[in-house]
Ligand binder design. Structure first.
Ligand code: AHM
Ligand code: MG
Length: 332
């Protein structure tokens, strides 16, 4: 292992809190604000993990009988997750505003002296809650554009993915995991509930350059463009495994570990794809790129898209680099 890489390697089993502190100490000018922000997210994730685990018992796995700003059915846990993250980020004082899937407008935290902005999907795949399938949280962290001390504006959240300071996801699955990057590789931590702490379990994660798994909602096949259809036919011909949980974080995480590709192309119902640029696609594209993979809209790298709208959707083709490039060939 070369010495530059060694610098960023920490032993398996290291507690997340210590890991964050060690990383901070490697940057002489770090102020500790980003570390605190990460801790805020970690805290919210632990609280939410507890809520998710007992959701069935206390009856919050149910639906809200209302829709969010996207016109999608809200689950009670969607709302609980949003509250948990907003509260932790507000109290932690490092975030000036939040863009969440659950709110039309940006949420000002009142921390006008904070220099960071967070975009997040507090609970992704929430239609899977009441059937006990894995769900996730996705987050991106940006430096604010407006001056510190002033009220944050939309300009602060409409930033391209390339400008992310950090991004990550939490997967509430057979075990709960946090995977994140600050632009120096990707590390995964597994939650040990009896200790209430995450421990480094997947250091310096790399996605295989290619794989044999394709993940797409094939029920929409007739809506897909000829290029996507041909790629799916190719996957079948090659006897690739079709794996689609319908929970983006879980599908992405499996493909990150095993090698594979996830696609959510445009459909009749979602002409620009279903997934949101600012709090789903950008974070995962940053992570996958740090792990050696690629995230594309079919027209270009996701991370280079200049957002026009807070809740903008974009087609997503993401995963092992060679597989994504192959799809792009089919699309030509
Ligand atoms: P959500 O943010 O409303 O939960 O929607 C996003 C989810 C992803 O987790 C998942 O990959 C996708 O929607 C599944 O969509 P579909 O049911 O159309 O295949
Ligand atoms: Mg989502």
């Amino acid at each position: 292992m070369n010495s530059a890489l060694q610098k960023f390697t920490t032993p398996v089993g290291t507690a997340l809190d210590r890991f964050i502190a060690t990383k901070q100490s490697e940057f002489p000018f770090a102020t500790g604000e980003l570390s605190q922000l990460l801790r805020d997210i970690v805290l919210a994730s632990k609280i939410l993990n507890r809520e998710i685990n007992r959701a069935g018992l206390v009856g919050i796995e149910t639906s809200m009988d209302q829709e969010n700003v996207q016109g999608e059915h809200q689950q009670m846990l969607d709302v609980v997750a949003d509250i948990r993250f907003t509260r932790a980020l507000t109290r932690g004082q490092q975030t000036c505003c939040i863009l969440s899937e659950e709110n039309d407008l940006i949420v000002e935290t009142g921390n006008r002296n904070a220099k960071y902005v967070v975009t997040l999907d507090p609970l992704d795949g929430s239609s899977n809650i009441n059937v006990n399938v894995s769900i996730g949280t996705i987050f991106s962290i940006y430096r604010r554009k407006t001056e510190i001390g002033t009220p944050p504006t939309e300009e602060d959240v409409l930033q391209k993915g390339r400008d992310q300071v950090a991004a990550g996801y939490i997967l509430y699955g057979s075990s709960t995991m946090l995977v994140y990057t600050t632009g120096y590789g990707v590390n995964g931590f597994t939650y040990e509930p009896s200790l209430g702490e995450y421990f480094l379990s997947h250091p310096n994660m790399k996605i295989p350059a290619t794989g044999q798994i394709y993940s797409v909602n094939e029920g929409s096949y007739e809506d897909f463009s000829p290029g996507i259809q041909q790629y799916i036919q190719y996957c079948k011909k090659e006897r690739y495994a079709a794996r689609y949980i319908g929970s983006l974080v879980a599908d992405f995480h499996r493909n990150l570990l095993k090698g594979g590709i996830y696609l959510y192309p445009s459909t009749q119902q979602y002409p620009s794809g279903k997934l949101r640029l600012l709090y789903e696609c950008n974070a995962l594209s940053f992570i996958v790129e740090q792990a050696g993979g690629l995230g594309s809209s079919g027209e270009g790298n996701i991370l280079d898209i200049i957002p026009q709208d807070k809740h903008q959707r974009v087609p997503l083709i993401i995963g092992s680099k060679q597989m994504v490039k192959q799809v792009l060939e089919f699309l030509k």
